[in-house]
Design a protein around this ligand. Structure first.
Ligand code: HEM
Length: 489
């Protein structure tokens, strides 16, 4: 039946929100709208194609698009925030709710395990969530005693590492040093996670020379392994790259054991971990936390620094907020209004995870807050395109938020709050939303807030290039690695 409908070009979606069909081939389109070995390195361009040249469409057909290929499941791509919110709220393990679509994460699962909180669905997901999410809660991280100790080691770590930059500059005798910040940020982020969060013992030089490069190569491989899975076997069994890949995987597994080793003595946040689940049940999660968190926190921090590198006046405002801060208590962090607005705006304009994948397991009606409905057919791959939602003038532009949607404008958040808009009305989905929201949200905000605050306190920095493009794999990053001219304050 469906096959016939697809052949005839029937639109299978029903209700008030009706998506429009994407033709696979259109002259001049940014690229072919489905990932394949020739275009998968440019996922943002693939998504651009869905929302390219929409002059003929009106209303929700402009923001909701679908692909239909006879014999294959439908693909729905939406950039409408109220639809994204409705689908995220309806994701989980209750009967009929949306699953996380596992197909874009197959490479990740092959490298880290299929039973992680990120990859699992239904009962296994629920079990993993119960087991693994407790140390990440706001209340666990922000309990006064716990927080003081945690923040202290964080702060020492961050400032010691930033001191490296300072030394470098003094050694070179330069007033201004040209530097790519991303590689430095990666090591700091992994160190905070392994040593401060998990209480693991690992040398900084080991992280820098061995663990970070191995995980970065592995993440790159996960992306290609998802789109070109056969390469996995070819690489595994033939050639030097296969051997190198095996070693990288072993290196991630070694770091996983280091992270787990603090558990028996209750080191780091393990003491918040009230569960007798065997280590075996946690390994996939720890691997996902290490690889995923490194990727996401690096993305978030590098974007924040990249935006600030192009906005010296905002750097100055943050400097005024943090220059006298000795300690980042929860209250201090809350009062650093400009820093918080910068973090919020960074995730809005350049979300680390640029799309959230879902799959309908049955024909499912969803309903938006304003009462509009859409029927999504069973088996549809649903791509919640957060990147384009947050850059759409209709939802985030001058009329709504006081500033153009594509501009980095931390003041937008003041404008929205002055209009009495509540957070729920201005969702950018930077950490997702609903039952599958990111459990690392508070940890991530804390880490990135500390790194950005400490960086601004020590340095003034300016972007070398005036326009910074995005590159994307598992997450998005500034394409220039945050190349800046750095000057000590
Ligand atoms: C600070 C940067 C981070 C960002 C921007 C970020 C973003 C996100 C987003 C958008 C999701 C939702 C995905 C979806 O709905 O499909 C998510 C889920 C997840 N994040 Fe994060 N994350 C960050 C840090 C972390 C950290 C530090 C950890 C762990 C240590 C973590 C672990 C996870 C896990 C396990 C999930 C899956 C949760 C589930 O499905 O129940 N994230 N993250």
């Amino acid at each position: 039946m469906r096959f016939l409908g697809q052949l005839k070009g029937v639109n299978p979606f029903q209700g008030d929100i009706v998506p429009s069909r994407v033709k696979l081939l259109r002259a001049g389109q940014p690229c072919f709208p489905i990932p394949h070995p020739g275009n998968y390195r440019e996922p943002l361009r693939i998504l651009d194609t869905y929302f390219w040249n929409l002059d003929a469409e009106v209303g929700s057909a402009k923001h909701n698009r679908f692909i239909s290929i006879p014999g294959l499941p439908y693909v729905l791509v939406t950039r409408e925030p109220s639809v994204i919110k409705a689908i995220l709220s309806d994701s989980g393990d209750k009967p009929g709710q949306f699953d996380r679509d596992t197909s874009p994460a197959e490479g990740i699962a092959r490298a880290t395990g299929e039973d992680s909180l990120l990859y699992a669905n239904r009962a296994l997901w629920r079990r993993q969530k119960k087991v693994a999410a407790s140390p990440f809660t706001r209340s666990a991280l922000f309990q006064p005693e716990q927080f003081r100790e945690f923040e202290n080691t964080f702060r020492v770590t961050v400032s010691e590492r930033l001191e490296r930059f300072r030394q470098l500059q003094l050694e070179r005798g330069e007033k201004v040093t040209r530097l790519e910040i991303e590689p430095e940020v990666q090591v700091v982020m992994l160190e905070m996670l392994v040593t401060n969060f998990f209480g693991g013992q690992v040398e900084y030089s080991d992280l820098r020379e061995r663990f970070v490069p191995a995980i970065v190569r592995l993440i790159d491989y996960m992306v290609s392994d998802t789109v070109v899975p056969r390469s996995r076997n070819i690489l595994r069994y033939y050639g030097k790259r296969g051997e190198a890949l095996k070693r990288d995987k072993e290196t991630l597994f070694e770091l996983t054991e280091i992270a787990l080793s603090g558990r028996k003595d209750g080191l780091g946040l393990w003491r918040k971990f009230q569960s007798d689940a065997p280590n075996e049940m946690l390994r996939s999660n720890v691997r996902v936390f290490l690889a995923g968190a490194l990727e996401a926190t690096t993305s978030f921090a590098t974007w924040a620094l990249s935006h600030l590198a192009g906005a010296p006046e905002v750097q100055e405002e943050i400097f005024q907020e943090v220059k006298d801060l000795e300690c980042y208590t929860p209250e201090n962090l809350e009062q650093a209004r400009v820093l918080n607005a910068v973090l919020e705006e960074t995730l809005r304009l350049t979300p680390s995870l640029y799309f959230l994948p879902r799959r309908s397991i049955e024909d499912r009606w969803i309903e938006t807050d304003d009462g509009r409905r859409m029927l999504i057919p069973e088996g549809t791959h649903v791509v919640l395109d957060v990147w384009h939602a947050n850059r759409c003038e209709e939802f985030w532009g001058v009329d709504v938020s006081g500033y153009p949607a594509e501009q980095f404008a931390p003041r937008r958040w003041e404008h929205l709050s002055a209009q009495g808009k509540r957070l729920k009305e201005t969702l950018h989905f930077g950490f997702g939303y609903g039952p599958r929201v990111c459990p690392g949200k508070f940890l991530g905000l804390l880490e990135v807030g500390l790194v950005v605050g400490a960086f601004v306190k020590l340095f003034k920095f300016r972007a070398v290039h005036s326009e910074i493009k995005a590159r994307a794999g598992v997450s998005t990053k500034p394409a220039d690695g945050v190349l800046v001219d750095l000057e000590l304050r």
